[in-house]
Ligand binder design. Sequence first.
Ligand SMILES: Cc1cn([C@H]2C[C@H](O)[C@@H](COP(=O)(O)OP(=O)(O)O[C@H]3O[C@@H](C)[C@H](O)[C@@H](O)[C@H]3O)O2)c(=O)[nH]c1=O
Length: 395
Amino acid sequence: MTTAKLTQATKHWDIFCTVVDNYGDIGVTWRLAKQLAAEYHIPVNLWVDDLHSFSHILPSLNPALRQQTFNSVNIFQWNNPLDISYVAGSVVIEAFACELPEQVKSVIDKLHNQAQSVAPHWLNLEYLSAEDWVDGCHGLPSTQPSGIKKWFYFPGFNRKTGGLIREKNLFNERDQWQANPNNKMALFKQLGLRGIHVDDTVVSVFSYESPALTALMAQWQTLAKPIHALIPKGRSLTSVAPLLPVDVNDLMPGQQFKMGNLTLHILPMTDQIGFDRLLWSCDFNIVRGEDSFLRAQWAAKPFIWHIYPQEDDYHLVKLQAFMRIYCDNLAAEISTAWCEVNLAFNQGDQQAVVNYWQQLHSVILPLQQHALNWPNNALNDADLASRLVQFVKNS
Ligand SMILES: Cc1cn([C@H]2C[C@H](O)[C@@H](COP(=O)(O)OP(=O)(O)O[C@H]3O[C@@H](C)[C@H](O)[C@@H](O)[C@H]3O)O2)c(=O)[nH]c1=O
């Protein structure tokens, strides 16, 4: 085994992440790692099994390197078996129930057997869900065969959960950005998007495949006012393919297609800061998974959530749970239009998505106001990183 020793103080945290598919698992852990390093000055090692996927959302990352540092976070290539020796710090986070390497588990067990106080806190960071049962499961321990406890940490939307990832200055930065329309126009230009006027409607589209998207695009061509759809190369474009004159595989960022009053722009992928700014700059965002779903909320703009599909349509239960809390206290005509457009998009119902998009348009002003108020409600005073640091102190 080649060993590149980690030479740092032992108070570091390790976060282990396997990329299941797409960018969500690495997206969430990368956000958390950056925030812990920047705001709490915690040395963080982020172990990732697929640096190539990671490089899509961190373009300056070199997937060939075993070890590199960005934003003060040490990023390690996680090979199996581990070929960089693990030195225990104060916390180990296994993200989304990824199985820790045997070498790591045996070091943790050994330390626990020597003296319980020297073993790192072992946490499993779970997926975000607005379902009620999360309140009762957040913070529960599971005793491992060696006797050490592994703690289950559930993000969530209320005080009984682990909270939501949100950097300390994010809302200030967003407000400053949105206060001056020159910022969005400069960003569009920097992204190579041409022909967007300051009053045009701009929608970002980062979804999975859905026939509902094809129907929406067809409808947008007939709208009275110019509308721009910004779509990165990837899964959404598969659903747009029937409308395009070229093969989706040949598309390049910067290309654009005008169809009636709709202009479709092929977006380059950017790092997470660039992605956040894009969401802040659009009038409406279609997002997916976990991290872009949360960032669309933080953008304070109306959105559709294309939730990650699960077996037996379980994702629709999760969608309903979120819709319940998002629409609490919303007037019936707004909540109906918003919930139905989300359901139709997720169920691929072409007729319904077009009908409810029109209805949504008629309540867009109060919906925008709701989107503006929502982030502070959702946050419940404390973000995930601050609750997590406190949780570790208390456990
Ligand atoms: C388009 C774009 C996205 N991103 C980032 C934002 C997010 O961190 C990340 C996308 O992650 P998500 O929105 O979560 O969607 P996602 O669909 O990519 O990710 C996931 O969803 C989870 C629920 C699943 O469990 C995962 O296995 C995974 O599939 O990509 C950029 O940084 N730049 C870009 O240009």
